[in-house]
Design a protein around this ligand. Structure first.
Ligand SMILES: NCCC[C@@H](N)C(=O)NCCCC[C@H](N)C(=O)O
Length: 259
């Protein structure tokens, strides 16, 4: 999994506004509306404790401050603990946090201490980005393409199968693909298939995973992937709408899924 860099998190408010506007235009809902519809929840007065974690590669500049911005944008009360790690955990609970958010290099989690709900960023991000792709109002059918079946892609594909979409998926890892075929009943897709899609959910850590043969004239690509899987020239040529940003939408999904 590629780790975020402080540069990824620059001008987060502009990235949020841009993606909110695109989401509203192509799905009819903004990010808040999509999360409310997805989980049937609305923020109450939950207090979110954000704990810096020094494990592994350590603290990522402006990661916790970005989380605080996102928590407050979506109407929660939040604070960043003064201390990291175990001391920070003790501080967050002592300060009355209802929800704890923290991340090491492998898992980024939100845990609601009151209702005991817990979620990983992988699952919450996969579900919300897949859901966004599936809400494309100009979609030509219920066919949807999922590129990447790792922890994020698999969660998104599972959500789309449960929503009743015709899910086609690909992954260079044949074991990942076979697992999704066996467990989710998805249709394996390879790029030399002639089939084109108007909805694409891309969940890989690679660039240029989307090729011309995959997409219809009007198409929505939804991806949390860094770098972006959609080549800019293809995006322009096919008038593709792209919902993509590094952190906000996945964190919003985490919060709405544990309240
Ligand atoms: N969609 C978001 C995915 C984030 C994930 N790829 C990552 O960089 N995780 C590492 C976060 C490390 C945070 C650090 N321990 C801190 O607390 O500052």
């Amino acid at each position: 999994m590629a780790l975020l860099t402080p540069e990824d998190l620059e001008n987060l408010s502009m990235q949020l506004e841009e993606n909110d506007e695109i989401a509203r235009r192509v799905t009819g809902l903004d990010i808040r509306g999509i999360c409310e519809s997805l989980y049937g929840t609305e923020p109450g007065s939950e207090k979110v404790g954000i704990i810096p974690i020094t494990a592994g590669n350590g603290i990522i500049g402006n990661f916790t401050s970005s989380l605080l911005y996102i928590v407050e944008y979506f109407g929660f009360e939040g604070f960043i603990t003064e201390h990291p790690d175990v001391t920070g955990y003790y501080e967050a609970v002592s300060r009355g946090a209802d929800i704890i958010m923290m991340a090491d290099d492998h898992i980024f989690t939100a845990h609601n201490l009151r209702n005991e709900k817990i979620v990983s960023n992988h699952v919450a991000t996969g579900v919300v980005y897949a859901d966004i792709a599936s809400r494309f109002q100009e979609a030509s059918s219920k066919d949807i393409l999922v590129i990447g079946l790792g922890r994020v892609g698999y969660a998104g594909a599972c959500h789309l199968v449960n929503k009743g979409f015709n899910v086609y998926a690909c992954d260079p890892n044949k074991e990942f693909l076979q697992k999704a075929v066996d467990e989710l009943g998805i249709n394996p897709y390879c790029s030399d298939d002639r089939k084109k899609f108007s909805m694409v959910f891309e969940a890989t850590p690679n660039a240029d995973t989307i090729s011309e043969g995959m997409i219809e004239e009007r198409c929505l690509v939804s991806t949390p992937g860094i770098p972006c899987g959609l080549p800019p020239e293809i995006g322009k040529k096919y008038r593709v709408d792209l919902v993509m940003e590094p952190l906000v939408i996945g964190v919003a999904s985490m919060l709405y899924s544990v309240i």
